[in-house]
Design a protein around this ligand. Structure first.
Ligand SMILES: O=P(O)(O)OC[C@H]1O[C@](O)(COP(=O)(O)O)[C@@H](O)[C@@H]1O
Length: 459
């Protein structure tokens, strides 16, 4: 029951009523100043929702009021007798005349952001649903990872996957989670996954028919040690034909018929065709980073209410950076030009101009090495701090290590949207046409000045 508010007849002429919360009794262990006096509606305001403390700054010098605009209802309007409320009402009405000012209480989350992109014509309703289903898969995978040791989901699945790697239990489960979420969206026509030998035609599609490629868990070797992992996804435009390949992916003797081959071909598109791409990083925070072709946006999972909350808009990668990220255990396997580049990084001053440099003289600022064994984590750090990540070919892996379709291309799309560059050492990653689903490429990505510096060495 709200103390202090006195019900009045709904006299408001505006299409909105002001609903006045006296939330002193709702204070959720969030400190707030209070001068509670029931007669004049003063109250301590702590939060409208139990999770977002709000300041006493709705309007008016000493208003301790939180106001919500709610649709017209025929219920009685709870209106406080205080004159301040009338002032706030007047202010809100004036604000409305100049266009509704964003309320400080509005929290933009992934759902509302996607709907805004749809309203602006950047994506259609089907793609909104596909992206929502992907974010749901990421939430589920995040929960599975955080409880892996409790649920005994660490360790090997006991199966060598199509990559020739020992598939982890959570690689297998996360792949199922992704496939199930995409199937239930009803908008996905074809799925290509790192954990699936060939693309999967989705029978449940009834609209949209998008092609989705993904790595359900990137950095799998980090799972058992609870270090950073991630999921990577890319979405290509629907194909003009329904991919009806229904081959049995467990049939080792399987040969692809003409229809199946068409299905594979329709998945093998260059990254420049991507409509959207992103990743979810599972670390100290769970962060969903996405681009639909109009910049890069970052959403942090708020565990208090299970939503991805918008935390960074239009991320721009620094033009240069002092961090380089290579697995130097492979140094002796690299070609001489790359060895020379790495050798020089150790002695040349870097040209990053970050502001936290204690030594004002940037000229003798040195490079620093970081390597966490998870592409998603390396890219997230590089996106925010600048620098370069590389996973080169070597004499044992002449074609490279990382997969073009569902690792390098989506990451390259994202980093280019943020003003960065991605190359195989000679070609732009997004221009490379995949010949097969699991094709590997040498991969260098990061700040434009750092990638250009590397390309000069490899020319
Ligand atoms: O072990 P390497 O050769 O340094 O490669 C590490 C890279 O391989 C990966 O772990 C490949 O990812 P997967 O775990 O999906 O196979 C990347 O995340 C990481 O950047």
């Amino acid at each position: 029951m709200m103390n202090g508010a006195m019900p009045t007849s709904s006299s408001s002429s505006s299409s909105w009523q002001l609903l006045h919360f006296i939330t002193s009794s709702m204070s959720m262990n969030i400190s707030s100043s209070s001068s509670s006096s029931s007669s004049n509606c003063r109250s301590s305001i702590s939060s409208i929702s139990p999770f977002y403390p709000i300041s006493n700054s709705v309007s008016g010098a000493n208003n301790n009021l939180s106001l919500l605009l709610l649709p017209q209802t025929n219920k009685k309007t709870y209106r406080c007798a205080s004159t301040q409320v009338q002032e706030v009402t007047k202010t809100n009405n004036e604000n409305r005349k100049v266009g509704r000012r964003k309320s400080q209480f509005e929290i933009e989350n992934l759902t509302s952001w996607l709907l805004k992109q749809e309203r602006q014509g950047n994506i259609d309703a089907e793609l909104t649903i596909v992206l929502s289903s992907i974010s749901l898969a990421c939430k589920q995978i995040s929960s599975l990872l955080q409880r892996a040791t409790i649920s005994e989901l660490t360790g090997s699945q006991g199966y060598i996957n199509v990559q020739g790697e020992d598939q982890r239990k959570l690689d297998f489960i996360a792949n199922q989670v992704f496939c199930d979420c995409l199937r239930s969206s009803g908008r996905t026509g074809i799925i290509a996954s790192e954990e699936e030998e060939v693309p999967i035609a989705v029978e449940e599609t009834y609209s949209g028919n998008y092609t989705v490629v993904f790595d359900p868990i990137d950095g799998s070797s980090n799972i058992d040690t609870a270090l950073t992992t991630g999921s990577i996804f890319g979405i290509y435009t629907p194909q003009d034909h329904q991919c009806i390949a229904d081959y049995d992916t467990n049939d080792q003797s399987m040969t692809l018929g003409e229809e199946e081959q068409r299905c594979v071909v329709s998945v093998c598109q260059p990254g420049r065709n991507l409509l959207a791409a992103g990743y979810c990083m599972y670390s100290s925070s769970v962060i969903f980073v996405l681009s639909v072709g109009k910049g890069v946006f970052s959403f942090t999972l708020d565990p208090m209410y299970g939503e991805f909350v918008l935390t960074q808009k239009n991320i721009q990668i620094p033009k240069s950076g002092k961090i380089y990220s290579f697995n130097e255990a492979n140094y002796q396997l690299w070609d001489d030009k790359l060895k020379k580049y790495i050798d020089d990084l150790k002695v040349m001053p870097c040209n990053s101009k970050d502001n936290d440099n204690a030594n004002a003289n940037n000229n003798n600022k040195r490079y620093s090495a970081r390597y966490i064994g998870c592409l998603v984590g390396e890219i997230h750090r590089t996106l925010l701090y600048g620098g370069i990540y590389g996973n080169p070919a070597n004499i044992k892996r002449k074609e490279g290590n990382l997969r073009l379709l569902y690792e390098c291309a989506p990451m390259s799309y994202l980093v280019e949207q943020a003003g960065g560059k991605a190359t195989d050492g000679h070609r732009r990653i997004l221009d490379i046409e995949p010949d097969e689903i699991h094709q590997r490429v040498p991969f260098f990505i990061g700040s434009p000045e750092e990638v250009e510096k590397l390309e000069k060495y490899l020319a």
